[in-house]
Design a protein around this ligand. Structure first.
Ligand code: BTN
Length: 249
């Protein structure tokens, strides 16, 4: 039986996320499987291998078969809520799941990534399709040579950062449980309700980052989800979206 087959994963589910559970051994992208979907909130698409995995900003997302956790979750937030905040909500949830399952202390890299030991082990892609499809890719047991070598944030897998890889079904069940709980808090409150937990895991705070041409120091994620930065001339301002590159020095 495939490791992430419904017979294995569904008995581990703790809440409403993951129902229905759509599993296929191979697909172009799990994002695509939920793109035009009439399925209910919490529906999840999972695969072992993507032939056209999507990253942010038109990039691809590549992982050898069976080495990563590749899933997409369908959400239907109220239309007046800022959907981009869901990247941070999902980042917090994945970080908590990684702590639970691996004992790591995972950090959120604003706005869309999760770091362990300074390495990007997870990327998150939130796509608005009327509904929102939140795609989560966790590098689990790739060896160093199987990871992208040219990533702007150095990539790691749970195996390369800790020497051991967790069971993917348990990790998936934990991710879905944590995401459901954090999403529900966000839905009835706001991102500010999660700010303390997000700020405590802020992997950029105090680090030198680059945004466009500018070198900045990150001061921290604000309650509204923006990243506060200070420039070399002392100007303090907040970035609302986009990417920042972590200085490798
Ligand atoms: C990024 O860091 O650029 C985001 C990567 C998101 C990858 C996941 S893997 C599961 C889902 N399906 C995709 O095609 N992409 C997301």
């Amino acid at each position: 039986m495939d490791p992430l087959a419904p017979e294995v994963v569904v008995p581990l589910l703790r809440g409403r996320f993951g129902r229905p559970y759509l599993y296929t051994a191979e697909c172009a992208s799990t994002q695509q499987l939920l793109q035009d979907s009439a399925l209910p909130e919490g529906a999840v698409a999972v695969t072992e291998y993507q032939t056209a995995g999507r990253g942010r900003n038109g990039r691809s997302w590549v992982a050898p078969p069976g080495t990563a956790l590749l899933c997409s979750v369908l959400l239907r937030p109220p239309t007046d809520r800022p959907a981009p905040e869901l990247s941070l909500v999902a980042g917090l949830a994945v970080a908590e799941a990684l702590d639970e399952v691996t004992g790591a202390r995972a950090q959120v890299k604003w706005p869309n990534d999760v770091l362990v030991a300074g390495r990007k082990v997870c990327g998150i892609l939130a796509e608005l399709r009327g509904h929102v499809v939140v795609g989560i890719g966790v590098n689990v047991c790739q060896t160093a040579s199987q990871l992208p070598q040219d990533a702007s944030t150095p990539a790691g897998s749970l195996l390369t950062v800790s020497g051991k890889a967790p069971e993917r079904p348990a990790l998936l069940a934990s991710v879905l449980d944590r995401l459901e709980r954090r999403y529900d808090e966000w839905r009835v409150g706001s991102l500010a309700a999660l700010h303390a937990e997000i700020a405590a895991r802020d992997g950029l705070r105090g680090r030198v980052v680059t945004s466009g041409e500018r070198e900045l120091v990150a001061r921290g994620i604000l309650p509204d989800g923006r990243l506060e930065v200070v420039a070399s001339d002392g100007e303090v301002f907040a970035l609302g979206s986009g990417e920042v590159l972590l200085d490798r020095r």
